[in-house]
Design a protein around this ligand. Structure first.
Ligand code: ADP
Ligand code: MG
Length: 590
């Protein structure tokens, strides 16, 4: 076949494929246009999960009648003039492609009126072919109706998922925009059912409450950090909400990032976030976040993806560490030491009658700062300039005076503000973990050779797993080699663990590998460290000498995150002086 130019219809359908993949992508482009037009209110109506109809109405500035045809043309935009402006983009759109793309794969109508016009105008586009513009009565703003999406591209229709999935994608999208633009009223309905509605009063926590429930909203920690104060050339601000370590999900779907008002996925920001939560979350758990990064437009390239879902930062390392530190600070400031509230006397102030059915062992753990009405307390300013060492130190544990050990499991200590009960196993786990990670960072984990090498036999499936992890293990000061079929020889283990049973450690590690099918490569090392520490930390049931108890307390005080074990459980419980006084009736009882 000779070379020919593609028919414009074919070309635009091909181009449309990049922008319009599914109903949710249409919703995204239309909502972004409304936001660019300065809308205060954006209403999305869908039918049959968007296949039959997607209609987005706004009260934005509108499109003048004589520009309607242009609006629907490819590469026609009111938002960008010079190529140099590509690197300082302030609007969500700039490619001038969305309306043309949508119009080429659906039956679309644009109805719009600008403020000064007496009446509105409407343009219909069907499969890329435009009608004449007609005058119609319409309120100020724009209504874009997209019917029968992909009616002329059956191949695309086939790729759509079930209605449930497509609807969920739309829900998810509108939800994220509602969170990102709390000053805009959003409404999403399918037929007569309203599935989402926000007030547009700027209250993000209220939106979170509407989306995830009041309980979740109350617990969310506010992040508010900027690095303009450091005098660096990159001005950045991070705002939004993150979940405390006690509130997690089993997947990453509720991790949301916006950069300059644009929803981005797959960014290095996700890794920065996970690093901030590092060792505070249990393996396989993920936080719930809505974070909004504002950065000078010239510091970020938004033109790397047709749907604009990816961005690139000029100075990625800087952005990465800013986000990581801001989140970590907010998090550590609110990693509470659990407070013990005896429920022995009920919660009402007047009743001092012990509940007869209750035994003294009925304790309930409440988290400081997470009670009712705690929402104001939860907000934190993590302005980098204002975080001095004094503030950071309150994240640590206070200096503790050893009192003794109870139940061969807990260490009792006194701090300036009351009594601390420390779980010896969890605390030791934390101590070992941090020591090991420090040694690992410096790439020198001292290894201790065993007096005589030890051979361990494993079932085939486990042996296969272990073989795959040998290299990582050897980084950690283990010297383990394959020793015939399904057998391994241990010749050395980390010096930190001298004295513990090497074969038990190895078997335990393999069992844990089995539970977790696909550890991410970059998480493997810290996971291994966490597991080794868990297995080798002193167990509950072991009596410790005074010196051992004291050493453990000292080591814990020196940890970066002393309040939780590497798997996210608390290492200590705090009985405050205040609480003791209330419980003994020395102070107004609660
Ligand atoms: P882009 O958003 O990249 O400019 P689009 O194809 O999405 O390209 O839109 C083309 C143009 O149509 C926009 O630049 C804008 O001028 C106009 N437009 C689209 N939607 C709206 C709207 N809801 N309100 C006002 N103007 C709009
Ligand atoms: Mg657009």
């Amino acid at each position: 076949m000779p070379i020919r130019l593609l028919a414009s219809e074919v070309a635009s359908q091909i181009a449309a494929g990049e922008v319009v993949e599914r109903p949710a992508s249409v919703v995204k482009e239309l909502v972004e246009n409304s936001l660019d037009a300065g809308a205060q209110s954006v209403s999305v109506l869908i039918e049959e999960a968007g296949r039959k109809l997607i209609e987005v109405s706004d009260d934005g500035r509108g499109i003048p009648a004589d520009e309607l045809t242009l609006a629907a043309a490819r590469h026609a935009t009111s938002k960008l003039v010079l190529s140099s402006e590509l690197f300082s983009i302030l609007t969500l759109g700039f490619r001038g492609e969305a309306l043309a793309s949508i119009g080429s794969v659906s039956r679309m109508s644009l109805t719009s009126r600008v403020k000064d016009a007496k009446e509105g105008a409407r343009l219909k586009v069907e499969g890329g072919k435009e009608d004449k513009v007609e005058k119609v009565g319409a309120p100020v703003g724009t209504v874009i109706r997209v019917e029968d999406l992909f009616y002329n591209v059956p191949a695309r229709l086939k790729f759509l998922k079930t209605d449930v999935t497509e609807r969920r994608a739309i829900d998810n999208l509108v939800t994220k925009y509602a969170l990102a633009y709390p000053n805009v009223r959003f409404k999403l309905s399918e037929g007569k059912n309203i599935s989402l509605q926000t007030a547009g009063d700027g209250d993000r926590r209220a939106i979170i409450a509407a989306l995830y429930g009041v309980d979740v909203a109350k617990q969310m920690l506010e992040v508010l950090a900027d690095d303009s104060s450091t005098g660096s050339e990159t001005d950045m601000q991070l705002t939004g909400f993150i979940s405390p370590v006690s509130l997690t999900r089993s997947n990453r779907k509720d991790i949301t990032f916006f950069v300059n008002g644009r929803w981005v996925q797959d960014t290095p920001l996700n890794a920065a976030l996970m690093q901030a939560y590092h060792t505070l979350l249990m393996v396989g758990r993920f936080p719930l976040t809505a974070l909004f990064l504002e950065i000078k437009p010239e510091e970020v390239d938004v033109n790397v993806h047709p749907a604009k879902a990816e961005v690139r930062f000029k100075n990625q390392d800087k952005v990465f560490s800013f986000v990581q530190r801001a989140v970590r600070r907010a998090l550590l400031a609110y990693t509470p030491v659990p407070q013990v509230m005896p429920t022995l006397w009920g919660s009402r102030a007047s009743s001092f009658e012990p509940r007869s059915t209750n035994t003294g062992s009925d304790w309930e753990i409440a988290h400081e700062g997470q009670g009712t009405g705690g929402s104001e307390q939860l907000s934190v300013r993590t302005d980098q300039s204002s975080v001095n060492s004094g503030q950071l130190s309150n994240i640590k544990v206070p200096l503790l005076r050893l009192i003794g050990q109870i139940g061969a499991a807990y260490i009792v200590a006194e701090g300036p503000d009351g009594l601390y009960l420390i779980d010896q196993h969890a605390a030791h786990e934390r101590v070992l973990f941090e020591k090991l990670m420090i040694q690992q960072e410096q790439r020198k984990i001292p290894s201790q050779a065993l007096l005589s090498p030890l051979v361990v036999n494993l079932p085939p499936a486990q042996a296969k797993l272990l073989t795959g992890q040998l290299e990582a293990l050897n980084h950690f000061g283990f010297e383990v080699e394959e020793f015939g079929t399904n057998a391994f020889q241990i010749r050395a283990m980390p010096a930190l663990f001298t004295g513990s049973d090497p074969s038990a450690a190895l078997r335990a590690l393999v069992e844990d590998f089995e539970e977790d099918e696909t550890p991410l490569q970059d998480e493997i090392e810290s996971k291994i460290a966490g597991r080794v520490c868990k297995r080798l930390a002193v167990k509950a049931g072991k009596t410790l000498t005074q010196d051992e108890q004291r050493a453990l307390l000292n080591d814990l005080e020196n940890c970066d995150s002393p309040r939780t074990c590497p798997h996210g459980r608390p290492t200590m419980i705090h009985l405050s002086v205040d609480m003791l006084e209330k419980q003994f009736g020395r102070k107004g009882a609660r």
